[in-house]
Design a binder for this molecule. Structure first.
Ligand code: CA
Length: 236
């Protein structure tokens, strides 16, 4: 599945870095695949958000390169769904040069980075090397119970039960479910749920939490969304 090296292969005394790519532009995808392989990375490419969640949840790479503008999903939502599935790999987002770029500076999930299209492949490779150095050494927390989130249709699933979420509900729940048992501060929830930087008041966040509690009950979630007064919320 990973080529040319497999996980743990040692080439020239250095462990092969596994890079997962999700890019829907076939030409760019193949340019990246070839360039990164030439660098000695093991590369696995995917072309849609759905495929990326499936492939990279099953076999998390050391690092992910995710296009934000995918045909079936927002690459940031794909990232969140992977986080919920305990994939802690650093992510470098690819984004078109637009107004979004400025707002993205406020977007952060862990050690994530972004590169604006068009970019020189050498620039991406340099970023990959930096991100790989600071990649989290700690293992990911186990995912929240049986909850799964779907970034394509914005839904939450628990076993056989599925309930539809709005994109904002999806983003808020994914931020909480990616860190089960940990308190997520209001400011973090705000930037996760409104990644383009809307002005959002605390009572709006509270209203979303009420809706999420109802939806978690609908899927018979074992986890509940608890309030930590004056700080934020925790899913446990
Ligand atoms: Ca695209």
């Amino acid at each position: 599945m990973w080529g040319p090296g497999r996980r743990g292969d040692i080439i020239g005394g250095v462990e092969t870095l596994q890079v997962g790519i999700c890019e829907d532009d076939a030409q760019l995808r193949s340019v990246l695949e070839r360039a990164l392989r030439r660098e000695g990375f093991a590369v696995r490419v995917t072309a849609s958000g759905r495929e990326a969640v499936e492939v990279f949840s099953a076999a998390p790479p050391d690092l992910l390169v995710l296009d934000i503008g995918l045909p079936d999903a927002d690459g940031r939502d794909v990232c969140q769904a992977l986080r919920v599935n305990s994939v802690s790999s650093p992510v470098i987002f690819l984004t078109a040069r637009s107004a979004l770029t400025d707002r993205l500076s406020g977007f952060h999930v862990g050690a994530d980075d972004y590169v604006t299209k068009p970019f020189a492949v050498a620039e991406l490779i340099a970023r990959i090397r930096v991100a790989a150095r600071r990649r989290a050494e700690t293992a990911a927390e186990p995912a929240a119970g049986g909850l799964e989130v779907d970034p394509v249709v914005h839904a939450v699933r628990n076993g056989e039960r599925t309930v539809q979420l709005t994109p904002t509900e999806f983003r808020m729940l994914a931020a909480l479910a990616a860190r089960p048992g940990q308190v997520v501060r209001r400011a973090e929830l705000r930037s996760a749920a409104w990644p383009d930087g809307a002005i959002v008041h605390d009572n709006t966040i509270d209203a979303y939490v009420v809706r999420l509690r109802r939806k978690l009950a609908e899927v018979a979630s074992a986890e509940a969304l608890e309030t930590v007064r004056g700080v934020g919320y925790v899913l446990r």
